[in-house]
Design a protein. Structure first.
Length: 184
């Protein structure tokens, strides 16, 4: 009895069979799904953490301005008689999370509570500072305007979720306090 020769598989049979096996296999599906969803998930988690840090930094800046404005209000400005002294007092309240050299501040008298206006500290197109630091020593019973600004760095720039960003991609934090000094 003779044997029939084995039929050689056609060239299209092997790739088709591999493609069918690949389509039926569920190994590695999780890693592929994670590769699709993971970057978006981590970007939103990072943006949430960054936003929380920016809110904390804004609160810390506001609290520091309020605390140091009390020194001006109560006539202790002899201890902070210059812009450098005020910066030192302010930076001592900021938990070390700010680069104090990058703070912009203005301490100046105003004519009344109704007539105050804040300065525009940043160029909206480029994000460059347009404000210089100013410090005017307070007199008794004088209305003082205290402004402090800081450009907080951002890392996650998700389109549509970048409120408060300057032209250079940083978030502008601001704190302002208007007080009347005591009769010291």
């Amino acid at each position: 009895m003779g044997t029939t020769p084995l039929k050689k598989p056609s060239r299209t049979w092997l790739p088709r069979r591999l493609a069918q096996r690949f389509a039926r296999s569920e190994r590695g599906v999780t890693i592929i799904e994670f590769a699709i969803v993971g970057p978006v998930f981590f970007a939103f988690i990072g943006a949430t953490i960054e936003t929380a840090l920016a809110f904390f930094a804004g609160y810390a800046l506001d609290a520091a301005v309020i605390d140091t404005s009390r020194l001006i209000r109560t006539g202790q400005s002899a201890y902070i008689s210059s812009e450098a002294n005020y910066r030192d007092a302010l930076c001592g309240q900021l938990y070390g999370i700010f680069d104090c050299d990058e703070l912009r501040m203005s301490v100046r008298p105003i004519s009344s509570f109704a007539n105050f206006s804040t300065t525009d500290p940043v160029d909206p197109d480029t994000g460059a500072w347009t404000m210089n630091n100013t410090y005017t020593a307070a007199q008794p019973l004088q209305i003082m305007m205290i402004e402090t600004y800081y450009k907080w760095p951002t890392f996650f720039n998700i389109p549509g979720l970048n409120a408060g960003q300057t032209g250079d991609g940083k978030r502008l934090l601001a704190a302002a306090h208007v007080i009347r000094t005591e009769p010291f």
